[in-house]
Design a protein around this ligand. Structure first.
Ligand code: GDP
Length: 424
């Protein structure tokens, strides 16, 4: 049984928490895309953790955590995260890494940084984790799959070839120092030693796991609106954030994904540049940011303050649709308990017309939010375990949004901890 846990919007919806919770009853958790460029914050019995590359099943002894072939594998970062959780008392997680995952090279981070510098005020707001240069290289067929680290002669030759063009770019476009082939080779050998204990044939592994009826979670990073095809292109990420891509990035048949749990946050937040129709500013935004998430809405990877906004029905419905959502997990609802009234964005006004359909980026940038104001519940809802025990206005808010999303909200999250959950 394969389930995907993915995000509906810009990311930071609370996927980490939902995955950590569902991992309790799972055998395998797989990261299938992205890299160390975003973070999940997880609060459980061991403490509070910011994971970037480690799958969110890492706190469960019974779970095997896989880095799938679709991930940008930053080897030192992965090893650092493993050692970090172990040093905080978590039993050493079971980690396996696909031999077909590609390796994020030190120069990917450099090129990410140099390109943002070159773009100056036109920059994408990259986290500078090397993700865009990494995926460009993957699809230009000059990336390195993990197995290549172990084929010495071939590795040496390929490094030489790849550096030919990289060094031309460094010299002529960015005016930066060249990369030395011997040094890079030595780094790759170091990487090989670090990753060796984890490397597996992931296709065989997943095939057998499915045959044995294991429960498998595919863990997405970011959300629908950051997908390179369906998101707010070009202010997107560089690998698909959709559950459908889980089949590719984890190496399983598409028809095996039986449930798609899309995580939707009770208000909006975004990081990086790009259109954000229901965005709010000033004191209103500061207050929501301060109260939001668990200890404020600041990026788990970068510490950057997140951009804040009201719930966006247009974006979230579209986000659920492109994921192929079978159930919604509605998160961070407790945060809204301070508001007398809660505006939600129910339409976009574009060039004088109101639409409920999410547009392409050009029209999106001209969209103005059409707001509807719902009454607040003015109560702390943390600790409530049963749906019926939620205040009436809170249930009304959930049910209003459920109608807008056109998919059932089956999980409500009313606090950051693993068991702050209401099942419907
Ligand atoms: P992810 O990348 O989708 O996993 O999201 P992040 O971890 O970046 O952001 C979610 C933040 O909200 C984290 O700080 C979580 O601890 C926190 N969080 C998750 N669910 C809830 C919830 O129901 N209530 C509150 N208050 N915080 C939550």
């Amino acid at each position: 049984m394969v389930k995907a846990v993915v995000g509906a919007c810009w990311g930071d919806e609370g996927k980490g928490k939902i995955t950590d919770m569902l991992a309790e009853d799972s055998d395998i958790v797989v990261r299938f895309q992205g890299g160390a460029n975003a973070g999940h914050t997880i609060v459980n019995d061991y403490g509070k953790f910011a994971l970037h590359l480690l799958p969110s099943g890492s706190f469960n002894r019974n779970v095997t955590n896989m880095i799938g072939n679709g991930v940008a594998l930053d080897i030192p970062q992965l090893v650092k995260e493993i050692e970090d959780v172990v040093s905080k008392g978590v039993p050493r997680p079971n980690i396996v890494v696909s031999e077909r995952a590609q390796v994020l090279m030190p120069y990917h981070k450099l090129f990410d940084q140099y390109e943002e510098e070159r773009l100056s005020d036109r920059q994408f707001g990259s986290t500078k984790s090397g993700i865009a240069p990494f995926f460009s290289d993957k699809f230009s067929k000059i990336g390195f799959q993990v197995w290549e680290l172990f084929e010495e002669e071939r590795l040496r030759e390929k490094i030489k070839n790849v550096l030919e063009v990289k060094n031309l770019m460094l010299e002529h476009i960015y005016h930066k120092p060249a990369i030395d082939a011997d040094e890079l080779y030595a780094t790759c050998k170091e990487y090989a030693g670090m990753i060796k204990p984890y490397v597996i044939d992931s296709v065989a592994f997943m095939h057998n796991a499915i045959k044995e009826g294991k429960t498998i979670l595919l863990e997405g990073q970011l959300g629908s609106l950051k997908d390179p095809d369906f998101g707010i292109y070009p202010m997107t990420t560089s690998s698909s954030t959709l559950a459908g891509y889980g089949a590719i990035g984890a190496g399983i048949p598409p028809y095996e994904i039986k449930e798609i749990i899309t995580v939707v946050k009770a208000y909006s937040s975004a990081v990086g540049a790009g259109a954000f129709v229901s965005e709010i500013f000033g004191d209103e935004a500061d207050e929501l940011r301060r109260r939001g998430g668990d200890g404020g809405e600041y990026g788990a990877t970068t510490g950057r303050p997140r951009r804040m906004g009201w719930f966006d029905c247009v974006a979230s419905r579209y986000g659920c649709r492109v994921q192929g959502t079978t159930a919604v997990a509605f998160t961070v609802l407790d945060v809204l308990g301070y508001l007398d009234e809660i505006p939600v964005c129910v339409g976009y006004e574009i060039d004088g017309e109101v639409t409920r359909d999410f547009p392409t980026t050009g029209r999106l940038e001209r969209a103005k939010p059409v707001l509807k104001v719902l009454p607040g519940w003015k109560q702390d809802i943390r600790g409530i375990k049963k749906y019926e025990d939620l205040p009436q206005n809170c249930r009304n808010y959930i049910e209003f949004i459920e109608r807008e999303l056109e998919v059932p909200i089956k999980i409500v999250s009313n606090g950051p901890a693993r068991h702050d959950i209401i099942m419907r």
